[in-house]
Design a protein around this ligand. Structure first.
Ligand SMILES: *Cc1c(COP(=O)(O)O)cnc(C)c1O
Length: 362
């Protein structure tokens, strides 16, 4: 039966009609006993102090939030070590990414990024009116920064670097990124997406803030969704040179970060809370090391992960393996024809997945 909504003849923008769907990680059906390792979530629930802040803020939900999230911006700026005018917050770093692109991309401008990488990228680029130029990620799961540099043309406005790369796991190295930044014209924006920054233990990883100080065409994207465990409340931010930050702020959704989310983020950045949250991150890193060692002893050779997930390049077997995982009680994130991404979760969840992965070895 067709409804009025179905029969609308209003044309969508061509770029919108052609958008690939964003496929979220699978969610367990209500009441199902399934481990959710499909969305790179933090398995730790919010701290009591954060829950209290959330409850207090919820009681004020009839009021608009502080539009510029003044206190949160100040706390994040202090946390990062930059002046307040270099921080812009948004409704998750996915929203901030869209705002960054909308601030700089003219119709048809090229945006160079690795692939496979974060699946929000092609959508955000198309919505901003840009043209995607993708550069294959190596078989080792590492970004090919020389090939990305070579893909830059006079039509390139933005280069996006995802480190660690979602879904493959490796972090870029400081010297590789320096070489890219030295080669890319200063009027090309280089977005460094550091969503998993706090999980990185690679001594060769770059220091984003130091890069930004020396290269004012760099924008850092960060989030409280992963290490800080606030994925459900949506807080992300960009760190950029003041003029760029002002442009990003100008296109941002008014009141884009809710009052509750601002309160939760502020409570999470309090010194004691932050120390505890970073202990959780260390425990997850230890768990990641345990899982990767166990997989290695099962005979797997996988990319070196510095995030809270592991990548299995299973190619054509991907969808069948994902279905087997669901049947075994573990939700994972398949990318058809390419591979499976499995988040590091609760110890029991990881054990359930490890038992399954052992059965996949010949
Ligand atoms: C999870 C993730 C984000 C963060 O998303 P939020 O919108 O902040 O929840 C950004 N970039 C990458 C690569 C991610 O994997």
């Amino acid at each position: 039966m067709s409804t009025a909504a179905d029969s609308s003849t209003v044309p969508l923008r061509a770029a919108v009609a052609a958008l690939p769907p964003y496929v979220p990680g699978a969610r367990p059906a209500p009441g199902a006993r399934l481990w959710k390792l499909s969305s790179n979530e933090n398995p730790y629930a919010p701290l009591p102090s954060v829950l209290e802040a959330i409850a207090r803020a919820a009681a004020e939900a009839n009021r608009y939030p502080d539009m510029y999230a003044t206190d949160l911006v100040a706390a994040l700026a202090a946390h990062v070590g930059v002046p307040n005018d270099q921080v812009v917050v948004g409704n998750g770093s996915v929203a901030v990414l869209s705002h960054v692109l909308q601030a700089v991309v003219e119709p048809g401008d090229e945006v160079v990024y690795p692939w496979r990488s974060f699946e929000a990228y092609p959508i955000a680029v198309a919505v901003a009116g840009g043209a995607s130029v993708t550069v294959p990620v190596g078989h080792d799961g590492r970004l090919d920064l020389p090939a990305m540099t070579a893909a830059v043309t006079p039509r390139t406005r933005v280069v996006m670097v995802c480190t660690p790369n979602n879904p493959t796991g490796p972090a870029v190295h400081a010297d590789e990124l320096e070489t890219l930044l030295a080669a890319v014209p200063g009027d090309v924006l280089v977005i460094v997406d550091e969503a998993y920054l706090e999980f990185v233990r690679d001594p060769q990883a770059p220091d984003g803030v130091d890069l930004l100080r020396r290269h004012p065409n760099v924008v850092l994207l960060r989030t409280l969704s992963k290490a800080y465990g606030l994925a459900g409340l949506r807080v992300g931010y960009a760190v950029a040179a003041p003029r760029l930050a002002a442009g990003i702020r100008a296109v941002s959704t008014p009141f884009g970060v809710s009052h509750v989310a601002q309160a939760a983020a502020l409570a999470s950045l309090e010194a004691a809370a932050q120390a505890e949250l970073l202990e959780h991150v260390s425990a997850l890193v230890a768990e990641r090391d345990r899982v990767t060692a166990a997989l290695r002893s099962q005979g797997w050779e996988l990319p070196e992960t510095h995030a809270n997930f592991v990548w299995f390049p299973l190619a054509e077997a991907t969808m069948d393996r994902a279905a087997e995982a669901t049947a075994a009680g573990v939700l994972v994130r398949p990318f058809a024809g390419d591979g499976l991404r499995v988040s590091i979760g609760e110890v029991e969840a990881n054990d359930a997945f490890l038992a399954l992965a052992a059965t996949w070895r010949p």
